[in-house]
Design a protein around this ligand. Structure first.
Ligand code: CTP
Length: 399
């Protein structure tokens, strides 16, 4: 079936807006996709399967139990074939079922079984859309990476006025096109990312820290999740919200970060150590707040373990990406760090540049591998995350 066309599975559920899905199917076919329609029983009350079969020139599936002449067709065939699944219109009932993992007909079974991206265009009565429970279910779907195209405001078939109308066919086609081209080259891989700085306590209210915001690491984690990876993000204190689709462990100190990283390192295919781990910690942390009258004349520091060096020495098989924050001789220092810490890639930046680096949204980095040194332009951190993962995927393929 590989004639170069991508397969879009279009799910149709039981709402009056199902008639607009005929236009959606036509538009997708016109745009060069193979379109396979799966309907709920209720949807067939609104539009006949024959209509979709004629528009898509493909068989339409409704039941799990039909006597299929082709033995290769089974209950997860569509899920496996799909490059993308779009459900339009999607009723409150089907949103609830998918959010909770129910699979009691062909459409919901396909939605549960597929690894492909999911685009959902809800349409329903305004009161059903606004109900807490529906909004919570929608949030669950979004947190799993589904693209939900909000319904629009207007007059509804039931006579009410409000939001609940199926989004325009053009906006659904646009969302499908954007998701269909997303690279999924980390599908099935485990990616472990560290981010932020660590806080090394002096007493319960004071610590030694640094200026790291965590933005680069969070961007790497989010991008890896979008590319299909299972992502663990271990971060020091950061105000940033959990990135989409990642399992997040929040720690304070270098020792806590080390424990969290080592617990997950063996399962990782790629490890990106973007955290600015404190190299030193106070040798003792007071359990009581130190009064200003008792201010110590000096604080004795001791070395923290170097997590990246430990990972390099273990040689666990993962592609190992380290960072280097330098103030001079960036390339030389990065190359030395690559060797010393047994990394596959070092992302180096010049932190002496006052307008770039910590806390900003852009940076200029040097990517250093054993074979090459690449100097990137000033880029948004999300773009730097893409560049880093492109290199990591390449290094993974060379293994
Ligand atoms: N790193 C680490 N554990 C530490 C310190 C650093 O894992 N205790 C990691 C960082 O996450 C980063 C890399 O090591 O990926 C480089 O850290 P950097 O502070 O730039 O270099 P250092 O090795 O500490 O060397 P120096 O301070 O001498 O430049």
């Amino acid at each position: 079936m590989s004639d170069g066309r991508k397969t879009i599975v279009v799910g149709v559920t039981g709402g009056i807006a199902a008639y607009k899905t005929c236009e959606l199917v036509r538009a997708l076919v016109r745009d060069g996709y193979r379109v396979k329609v799966v309907m709920t029983e209720a949807a067939t009350r609104f539009v006949s399967p024959l209509t979709f079969r004629t528009l898509s020139a493909e068989p339409v599936t409704v039941s799990m139990w039909a006597d299929e002449p082709d033995a290769k067709i089974h209950h997860i065939s569509l899920a496996e074939e799909a490059d993308l699944m779009v459900i339009a219109p999607c009723t409150a009932n089907v949103i609830a079922k998918i959010a909770h993992g129910r699979a009691d007909d062909m459409l919901t079974t396909t939605a549960l079984a597929t690894e492909a991206p999911l685009v959902i265009a809800p349409a329903m009565n305004v009161h059903m859309w606004r109900k807490d429970v529906t909004q919570r279910n929608v949030a669950v779907l979004r947190s799993r990476g589904a693209v939900v195209i909000d319904p629009t405001h207007g007059e509804l078939a039931c006579g009410d006025v409000g939001e609940g109308r199926l989004a325009s066919v053009e906006s659904i086609v646009e969302a499908v096109a954007a998701e269909a081209v997303r690279v999924r080259d980390l599908m099935g891989k485990h990616v472990l990312v560290t981010a932020g700085g660590t806080h090394e306590p002096i007493d319960p209210v004071r610590y030694i820290g640094n200026h790291s915001s965590g933005k680069t690491g969070f961007a790497v984690a989010e991008e890896a999740a979008r590319r299909g990876a299972r992502v663990f993000l271990v971060t020091g204190p950061s105000h940033l919200p959990d990135p989409f689709g990642c399992e997040v462990v929040r720690v304070q100190t270098a020792l806590q970060m080390r424990a969290a990283v080592l617990a997950r390192a063996d399962a990782a295919d790629v490890i990106v150590m973007s955290a600015a781990v404190a190299d030193f910690r106070p040798a003792t942390a007071s359990s009581d707040k130190i009064k200003k009258t008792d201010a110590p004349a000096q604080i004795t520091l001791e070395r923290n373990p170097d997590i990246l060096s430990e990972l390099g020495a273990r040689n666990g098989g993962a592609v190992l990406v380290g960072f280097a924050a330098e103030t001079s001789e960036v390339e030389e220092n990065a190359k030395a760090k690559l060797e010393a810490k047994c990394c596959d890639l070092i992302v180096a930046n010049d932190v002496s540049d006052p307008v770039l680096g910590f806390g900003t949204d852009e940076n200029r980095v040097l990517l250093v591998t054993r074979d090459a040194v690449e100097r990137l332009d000033v880029l948004p951190k999300a773009a730097i995350a893409r560049e880093i993962l492109d290199r990591a995927v390449r290094l993974l393929e060379e293994r």
